[in-house]
Ligand binder design. Structure first.
Ligand code: 26W
Length: 815
């Protein structure tokens, strides 16, 4: 069915020819960069042969197509992943070995596209992988940020941000499509034109920016299907302003070009904290407009101006509110360019769009100043006003006289455009990303909308692609699973349950432990090479890796380590299972407290390292520059997965799923997908601690962190150490801000709003239990295996099947 895979001999031949033809060299004298080029080109050819074979099928079958719009796609490196998807990894590995190529050095040659911050972006990437594997026609749409998320360095314990110029040496995995460029218009004013009794709107005096697509092919596992990730680059329509140029105003001519192209220059590094930045609004409209214009154009090519069937042939998904301007943009195109009336356009638009919410943190909900929207996208602003007028009319009949409620639900209110209200009211479906998250959306965030249209709201639990996160990143465990139950799980991840009977099988346990051990050694090698630290694979690898946020509570982990350190120092006879605490986290550059928490973790690391006895039992490592490729080495090596968010705050989490699949045991709160992990794995195979979401809700009015400070000496002592010079002798005041936030609150807010001190005792107890349980080897291994065995429902293939059944209704292509 699928195209012939390249044999070992063919792969070797191709690599040798490419080295000769492109660089005039042989394997033995090629640089790592040349080897990468030659090998990546070979893989790319195999990828594009599949693209050619399936090309045009969607149009021939007149199949519905999904546009998945997302400001972020955190795809990670492509070459190794493509070898896996081609189901030809063994041949490539064999060929590379025979040619004497160092695989790690080779893979590290590939720049990692850092086109995302964290969970939302990585989810989008996993979704594309599953969509393609399930042979569903789809296109991901995003911005081709010239600079991805900053690279993190740790200097003297502090985070330092460095630019990520990932395109500097070109991108092997993209295909430029200047033939499909579209124009996006900003600024100007709207003119009303009467023509034979009809009113039209025309944008005047606007400036045009060209959106040029670059497509990255996305393979499915063991299929000829190839979907595209379309990344839009902003280009000036006139290469340079010739008039200024001819007048000798070179600098000015170049300046104008720069001003256009700045739109796709850099990814905003904020995650869960919205700021009303004009350039960000322009990015969002740029992505929305380019993608919608392309979707409309592509539809019209196949079906003609048959707009009534548009929603039967096109689904548009907005990944959080960032691409939400796609909604009024489709209205604009249908009304202004295609001549439909408002009612027709509105009906089509509503049946086309669906929206996923990814956070309930109030500070993450996007609201744009009305004036900014009016100035930057005046026609869209007019459409938003009309949408808002009609929405408020309906709300008025549902909730007569309830002005406050209506203001809360309006698209435009109190001088702001409220993106979530736009997306909820103009989508046919709204979903949360775990069951508890969906419940919170229904009961709280969007309750007023939910009461009017309860069926609109769904909960579809996130998932991860087991191709990248198990098959590619943990080959040892993957072959062990093959050995035990055959390899059908590679296509159907739910079959992982077949390894349940092996959980108590001594021989299987031994092999499972050996794989984990090897993965720990590999991680140790990587960390040694990356930042010169040594870690001991004979210790527990306890990992918290995710963006740095107060609600994720890296601080609670850090304080608990400090308390453990104090016990060791106080009691010469104290012993515990040796542990390595590994942290990976980037903080938004403007998030002062998050950056201070990074410094605190590094200060604790140093404190522990200086103590002769403590340093034998614990080691704290802050891993620089946590990113997809580091995660690929880290997650398979973890024994313990830290999922500590304040209950009710983490919409789902997806790292938690990756760790579980790789046999780490979770210690976590009843939050997000942790709840479903507990249900799948069994209560005995996870460590749950702390308040639940309801208790947190109630706690807002009653909780006093100072009471814990006063009654718990161990906590009190750790807090005092933040300000007494223990941690930072050269500046005892270093961590004052953290101390203050925990005990007094800031900006008039409550003290310790994330319940760090409240949950700390229960967390410390769970940690102690975990340490003791780790020593009971067979039992621990059996529970770790049970985690892998029950992780199948967290495959993104399952998630995408649910989206498709409940929201998109795409046909599987016949290939
Ligand atoms: C405007 C600033 C901004 C940027 C990004 C606000 C909000 C975001 C994202 C929605 C934050 C995010 O990544 N949310 C995460 O989404 C994951 C995928 O659904 C979930 O697993 C995480 O729990 C959630 O924090």
């Amino acid at each position: 069915m699928t195209i012939e895979r390249m044999s070992v001999a063919e792969i070797k031949q191709s690599i040798i020819e490419k080295l000769e033809g492109n660089f005039g060299c042989e394997v033995s004298d090629a640089t790592q960069g040349q080897l990468y080029q030659a090998i990546a080109t070979t893989v790319r050819e195999e990828v594009l042969r599949r693209r050619t074979a399936s090309r045009g099928e969607r149009k021939r079958q007149r199949a519905k197509k999904l546009y998945y719009l997302s400001a972020e796609f955190l795809v990670g490196r492509a070459m190794h992943n493509n070898m896996v998807s081609l189901v030809n990894e063994p041949n490539y590995m064999q060929a590379l070995s025979e040619l004497g190529v160092d695989k790690r050095l080779l893979f590290e040659q590939e720049p990692e596209p850092g086109l995302g911050n964290g969970g939302l972006g990585r989810l989008a990437a996993c979704f594309l992988d599953s969509l393609t594997t399930l042979e569903l026609p789809a296109m991901g749409c995003t911005i081709r940020y010239e600079y991805g998320l900053f690279k993190q360095k740790i200097v003297d314990g502090f985070q330092v941000e460095m630019p990520d110029n990932w395109l500097e040496h070109g991108n092997m995995w993209e295909i430029a499509r200047p033939d499909q460029a579209v124009e996006v218009r900003f600024g100007g004013y709207v003119e009303e034109v009467q023509d034979s009794g009809k009113m039209y709107f025309r944008l005047q005096n606007y400036s045009t920016i060209l959106a040029v697509p670059y497509d990255m092919p996305v393979l499915g596992y063991d299929t000829n299907m190839v979907n595209m990730l379309r990344t839009w680059a902003a280009k000036s329509p006139k290469d340079i302003d010739m008039q200024s140029f001819n007048r000798g105003q070179y600098a000015r001519a170049m300046e104008e070009r720069e001003l256009c192209e700045i739109i796709s220059k850099v990814l905003y590094p904020g995650d869960n904290h919205y700021q009303g930045k004009e350039l960000r609004l322009k990015q969002q409209y740029f992505l929305s407009s380019a993608s919608v214009q392309y979707a409309v154009r592509d539809f019209e090519k196949t079906y003609g101006p048959n707009w009534k069937i548009f929603p039967d042939k096109v689904a548009i998904h907005v990944n959080d509110t960032h691409p939400g301007m796609a909604i009024p943009e489709l209205m604009r195109v249908l009304i202004d360019e295609k001549g439909l009336n408002w009612e027709e356009a509105e009906d089509i638009t509503r049946r086309t769009f669906a929206y996923t919410n990814h956070t309930v943190m109030a500070e993450a909900l996007e609201k744009w100043p009305e004036d900014m929207v009016r100035l930057q996208i005046p026609r869209i602003y007019m459409i938003l006003q009309e949408m808002n007028r009609r929405l408020c009319e309906k709300l008025w009949s549902a909730y007569p006289g309830q002005w406050e409620r209506i203001g809360h639900m309006a698209i435009i209110a109190y001088g702001q455009v409220h993106m979530a209200n736009l997306c909820v009211s103009y989508s046919h479906t709204v979903n949360g990303v775990s069951q508890i998250h969906a419940d919170i959306l229904r009961k709280s965030t969007f309750n007023d909308f939910y009461l009017m249209r309860p069926n609109k709201f769904l909960g579809i639990t996130n998932g991860i692609t087991h191709r990248r996160w198990l098959i590619q990143s943990n080959p040892g465990l993957s072959s062990l699973i093959d050995e035990a139950i055959g390899d059908a799980w590679r296509k159907d991840c739910s079959l992982l349950t077949d390894i349940k009977p092996f959980a108590n099988d001594a021989a299987f346990q031994q092999k499972f432990a050996a794989v984990k051990r090897a993965n720990k050694e590999y991680l140790a090698e990587i960390l040694k090479a990356r930042q010169g630290v040594e870690i001991n694979p004979d210790t527990i690898f306890d990992v918290q890796a995710k963006r740095l946020h107060e609600y994720k509570r890296q601080l609670m982990n850090a304080l608990s380590i400090l308390m453990l350190y104090n016990r060791i120092v106080d009691d010469p006879s104290f012993t515990c299972e040796p542990r390595t605490y590994l942290f990976g986290a980037k903080a938004a550059p403007g998030y002062y407290r998050a950056k201070l928490i990074i410094k605190l973790i590094n200060a604790i690391s140093q404190l522990v390292a200086k103590h002769p006895r403590a340093s034998k039992m614990i080691k704290v490592v802050f891993m620089e520059n946590y990113c997809v490729s580091l995660a690929e080495a880290l997650i398979p090596a973890a024994d313990v997965s830290e999922q500590l968010s304040t209950a009710g705050k983490e919409a789902s989490g997806t790292g938690n799923m990756k760790f579980m699949m790789n046999g780490a045991i979770t210690i976590g709160t009843l939050d997000g997908a942790n709840i479903e992990i507990m249900q799948a794995a069994g209560r005995e195979n996870i460590y749950i601690f702390g308040l639940n979401a309801e208790e947190v809700e109630q706690g807002y009015s009653t909780y006093r962190s100072s009471e814990i400070y006063e009654t718990n000496p161990a906590i009190r002592r750790a807090l005092e150490q933040l300000i007494d010079g223990t941690l930072c002798p050269e500046n005892p005041r270093m961590f004052q801000d953290i101390y203050h936030a925990l005990l007094f609150g800031d900006g008039g807010g409550m003290a310790d709003p994330y319940f760090v001190l409240k949950d700390l005792p229960s967390y410390a107890r769970a940690q102690k239990q975990l340490g003791e349980d780790y020593a009971k080897r067979e039992q621990w291994l059996s529970r770790a295996i049970m985690n892998t065995a029950t992780s199948g429902i967290f495959a993104s293939d399952r998630t995408i099947s649910e989206y498709n059944e409940l929201i998109w209704h795409l046909p599987k292509l016949k290939l």
